[in-house]
Design a binder for this molecule. Structure first.
Ligand code: GLA
Length: 731
């Protein structure tokens, strides 16, 4: 077992890391070590106890003025303990004061991975080296408990954390903050790597030094958001892709979140993460439990690439449940950028015919097939097929598409309602609008109250009716606005603060029910592109539409940021028309294809509008993707350069046995009379020989990683390069 317990010292061992905590003589659960793999020594000897001015002492310390939670490293700091740093919990136990104080109560361990009721969580099968530790803390005076869960994924160097609060008193307990995890580190000088953005510009990597004070990331949008992603990295200043220490934190949650890093007066660093607490309240009744979402932490002393590999492998094997996760995904053509709302069965079938000709696998019908929906002002919620617009029933259309040998997929936006819809006219109270106040609209739509059972039942009934009516093998689940001024008619005034979390629980419940009923369905997540691209969603959707920006140049940056945590197979990525609809940029069909191949591949244009040369290229791309898909999905992924610094973006896939290597990328600007650019490869076997496909030259892995390869001469902006190598034998 990877969990060693001695004298209340808990040491968790993974392949390359050690995590340790200790219930000390007062019963406080201290955090004593996280980093490079080491032994089970009690690392609390490194804590320097001293009487420090203005640092309070808990009562249990008696006359020992050197004992203060103001500086001690802790597993789950709470408000009210004399620790003035950011905390994980505010709990009103009945006095109106939001303070408590938790002490060690008990623990248990078992083989396997804990699960979380109603929330996504990493999982493991019986035969995997994964163990669970559960530590229970109890308030110093009340029957108020906190269960801390640790899932130790030895092979992936991942430790998951979760927190469950339990009220065993006979009174209501009011929570106004329950985060999922804290990590205290005994030093400062760390870089904070995070991924910010906006609609059509998600997950732009930024690396900044932490300073004395608080660095805060938050989504108050009810979704994980385009603006900030719920994953960050803490890294040493010198950490690069290839070397150095770094720690990753990924929250498995699709609602608003909150992530704070604080460097304190003693130059220690604290990171806390969990549900957005800006409007959060929760009334915990006697006997009830509140479950905070899971965090997946990983440690690497082999740089950022190694950290990404921990998450790629961990999420691919132990988070994504879909039956599709190891299968070749269908190469699809989606009609959105081809037709927008202006389509009927006839022109859809024309696209399908061409798709078949080019050996694609699936036609996806996007927005506009239901209710009265010829623009984005009406119809959401009315999930009834608009047969008049289609010119036939959905089944007739799907049968024809299937008859051509193509599969069929369909778009939904289940959480939304248009004011101009029958659903809204019949159930205005189903929208989350504050009574007697004017709603905040966005894309002219309102958000349904997913905390309500009747709303969820309606959505299920409609989704299932449509999915039962025809052979639909793929669903794109969209969500096209942020939550604002939310109110639920069914919740009393003092419980409105629960709504946003109840919304997320409701969303997960519907997705779960859908996947239970259609286990073979391929579900693609989407929120105006990547507005809900988070690890929580991956539990339900093996792929997520990465961004509404389909411009290949821009996509290299978006996909670069996304790659730090999320496996390539999860990145929905399509070739679209030029001039690009978002940026007006013209890139070649080859460049668009090369960039889109670093993901779950497809097309999003009217294939009939391509000229013969372009069709030939598409045909090649389809063949090439089918050939390399296993390598792309299951190979180790390396970022070869930072697109922000190098004027180009290159990435590489190395097969697990390192026999095959695929390098892809884009050089942004052509320059006259320039030296040819060099590119150092990564992750090869040093002593082995590699041949570049189509060339005679043979190089050793060492040479390719130290000297690199020479890129071809570049003519034209945004030119794609693809290089395939095969390993020959050892030298
Ligand atoms: C969102 C999605 C797009 C498309 C439109 C349809 O913006 O991200 O891909 O489905 O909605 O309205």
């Amino acid at each position: 077992m990877a969990i060693i317990i001695k004298d209340n010292v808990f040491t968790l061992q993974t392949k390359n890391s050690t995590y340790q905590m200790k219930a000390d003589s007062k019963g406080v659960l201290l955090h004593t070590y996280y980093g490079k793999k080491t032994d089970e020594t009690d690392y609390s000897y490194l804590i320097s106890m001293q009487d420090r001015g203005f640092s309070g002492n808990i009562y249990e310390a008696r006359e020992d003025r050197t004992y203060s939670l103001d500086f001690l490293p802790q597993e789950f700091p709470v408000r009210g303990s004399g620790d003035y740093r950011i905390s994980c919990m505010h709990a009103d136990l009945g006095t109106g004061v939001r303070d408590c104080l938790l002490f060690f109560d008990s623990y248990q361990t078992y083989h396997g991975k804990y699960g979380l009721e109603g929330l996504p969580a990493m999982f493991a099968s019986e035969d995997e080296p994964v163990d669970t530790l559960e530590i229970t803390l109890k308030d110093s005076q009340e029957e108020f408990y906190l269960h801390l869960y640790y899932g130790v994924f030895e092979e992936h160097d991942i430790i998951t954390r979760a927190a469950v609060v339990e009220n065993r008193t006979d009174q209501e307990i009011r929570l106004s903050k329950v985060l999922s995890a804290c990590l205290d580190m005994d030093h400062d000088g760390l870089d904070f790597i995070h991924f910010y953005g906006r609609h059509t510009r998600e997950r732009k990597m930024e690396r900044v030094p932490l300073f004395h004070g608080v660095t805060e990331l938050r989504s108050t949008r009810g979704t994980s958001s385009h603006q900030h992603n719920p994953f960050v990295i803490l890294a040493d200043k010198t950490t690069s892709e290839e070397m150095g220490e770094c720690y990753g934190f990924s929250l498995l949650y699709s609602g608003g979140f909150h992530l704070h890093a604080e460097v304190d007066q003693f130059h220690q660093t604290r990171l806390v993460v969990g549900i957005d607490d800006s409007v959060f309240t929760w009334s915990l009744q006697p006997g009830e439990r509140f479950v905070a979402p899971e965090v997946a932490m990983a440690y690497s002393n082999g740089g950022l690439s190694q950290l990404s590999h921990c998450y790629h492998n961990g999420f691919q094997k132990n988070l994504i449940r879909s039956r599709w996760k190891d299968k070749r995904r269908p190469i699809l053509v989606n009609n959105w950028e081809a037709t927008y709302f202006d389509f009927n069965a006839e022109n859809l079938l024309k696209i399908a015919e061409e798709a078949k000709e080019l050996e694609l696998d699936m036609l996806v019908l996007d927005d506009g097939w239901f209710g009265k929906r010829n623009d984005d002002f009406s119809g959401l919620g009315d999930w009834y097929v608009n047969e008049e617009k289609l010119g036939c029933t959905l089944k007739e259309l799907v049968d024809k598409v299937n008859g051509m040998g193509l599969q069929f997929g369909l778009w939904f936006e289940p959480e939304m309602v248009s004011e101009d819809s029958d659903l809204y006219r019949n159930h205005p109270d189903w929208a989350m609008v504050v009574p007697d106040r004017r709603p905040i609209r966005s894309r002219s739509q309102l958000v349904l109250d997913m905390s309500r059972e009747d709303v969820r039942d309606y959505i299920k009934e409609r989704l299932f009716a449509i999915l039962d009516s025809a052979n639909i093998q793929y669903v794109k689940w969209d969500m096209n606005r942020s939550v604002a001024a939310a109110y639920s008619v069914l919740l009393p005034r003092e419980r409105q603060g629960e709504l946003r979390h109840r919304y997320v629980l409701g969303l997960y419940e519907v997705m779960e029910a859908m996947l239970e009923r259609y286990p073979d369905l391929l579900l693609e997540g989407c929120s105006g592109g990547g507005g809900r691209f988070d690890a929580g969603m991956l539990y339900y959707c093996p792929q997520i539409w990465c961004s509404d920006d389909t411009d290949a140049h821009e996509r290299t940056v978006i996909q670069y940021g996304t790659s730090f945590f999320y496996p390539v197979s999860t990145v929905g990525s399509h070739v679209s028309a030029v001039p690009n609809h978002q940026t007006g940029r013209v890139t070649s069909i080859r460049t668009r294809g090369t960039v889109a191949m670093a993901g779950s591949f497809g097309y999003e244009l009217d294939l009939n509008k391509l000229d013969e040369e372009e069709k030939k290229e598409v045909s090649e791309q389809v063949k090439s993707y089918k050939k390399y898909q296993n390598l792309i999905y299951n190979g180790l992924y390396y970022r070869l350069c930072d697109p922000g610094e190098s004027g180009m973006s290159f990435w590489e896939f190395v097969s697990e046995d390192s026999l095959e290597v695929l390098v892809q990328g884009v050089v942004y600007r052509a320059q006259p009379n320039a030296l040819r650019r060099r590119l150092r490869l990564a992750g090869l076997s040093e002593e082995a020989k590699y041949r570049v496909t189509g060339e005679e030259s043979i190089y050793s892995g060492k040479t390719l990683m130290a000297g690199g390869i020479l890129l071809p001469e570049i003519k034209g902006d945004d030119m794609a390069v693809q290089i395939h190598l095969k390993r020959l034998s050892t030298l």
